[in-house]
Design a protein around this ligand. Structure first.
Ligand SMILES: NC(=O)c1ccc[n+]([C@@H]2O[C@H](COP(=O)([O-])OP(=O)(O)OC[C@H]3O[C@@H](n4cnc5c(N)ncnc54)[C@H](O)[C@@H]3O)[C@@H](O)[C@H]2O)c1
Length: 250
């Protein structure tokens, strides 16, 4: 097992991508702190992991608040003794133009999608440095961080920010043997903020199928594992190759 005796925090782990990352980490031996705003969802994922013989606990954490982040990181250490891995997965989207989005909505999307990975990484990396843990951190970006969109404004800005935040964080903790990387998904399972998979959602990629949460979880686990020990500050695209297609390609 790749992560025996290790502890991971996965934010937004109550469903879809975060749920799959949490469950795969547990299968590889990690104890998983399932952070989610939604108590029932987080507790269900933790209970599923425990039922299949793993170690997990749900933590009701609103990652848009620094107090909640500080509390839940401390509670994770109290529950499991240490933190080796962090996956900054929670995000919300706005699906609005810059003319429609209010300042409050903009601030909320930025708080959950960009400020939370900044704060969580700060709190968790401090713990790793204090305990001399060679930790690994994965930030979840999006192809929306590389391209403009007509109906997403704060989300595209936040996801673009994640890519360069990852580089700065990677530089600032590398001397402590902590690695920070990003994954860059496109159309994986259900859309952000929605429960249901929509089979009619158009798929334009080189693989010819929509992504499934396992595709992203495999990439995240690679970046969390020793197999990626020479990869730092990178952004790994998990998008079926859609970002490589030039508009108007023929
Ligand atoms: N699904 C996709 O097609 C896709 C594509 C590109 C990028 N992504 C990225 O992948 C990640 C996961 O996406 P998803 O589709 O699984 O999302 P999702 O909306 O299905 O799940 C997000 C989870 O985060 C939780 N959450 C929301 N706000 C929170 C908060 N303030 N504090 C704590 N938890 C909160 C929700 O309760 C939910 O369980 C996100 O970073 C997203 O931007 C997803």
């Amino acid at each position: 097992m790749k992560f025996a005796n290790q502890v991971a925090i996965v934010t937004g782990a109550g469903r879809n991508i975060g749920e799959e990352i949490a469950k795969k980490l547990a299968l590889e031996g990690a104890a998983v702190a399932v952070f989610d705003l939604d108590k029932a969802r987080g507790e269900k994922v933790a209970a599923d992991i425990v039922a299949s013989g793993g170690r997990a606990q749900g933590f009701v954490c609103d990652v848009s608040g620094e107090d909640d982040i500080a509390r839940c990181v401390a509670e994770t250490v109290a529950a499991f003794g240490r933190i080796d891995m962090l996956v900054n997965n929670a995000a919300i989207s706005d699906n609005k133009t810059m003319f429609d989005i209010t300042t409050a909505e903009w601030n909320k999307v930025l708080a959950v999608t960009l400020t939370a990975p900044f704060l969580l990484t700060k709190y968790v990396a401090k713990h790793m440095i204090d305990k001399k843990i060679a930790g690994r951190i994965v930030n979840v970006s999006s192809t929306s961080g590389y391209y403009g969109r007509d109906r997403a404004t704060a989300y595209t800005a936040a996801k673009g920010g994640i890519v360069n935040l990852t580089r700065s964080q990677a530089i600032q903790v590398a001397a402590h043997k902590i690695r920070v990387n990003a994954v860059v998904p496109n159309k994986i399972g259900s859309p952000v903020g929605k429960e249901e998979f929509d089979p009619t959602r158009p798929v334009v990629n080189l693989v010819g199928r929509p992504g499934v949460p396992e595709d992203l979880a495999n990439a995240a686990l690679f970046l969390l594992s020793e197999e990626s020990s020479f990869i730092v500050g990178a952004a790994l695209f998990v998008d079926g190759g859609c970002s490589t297609i030039m508009p108007g390609n023929s």
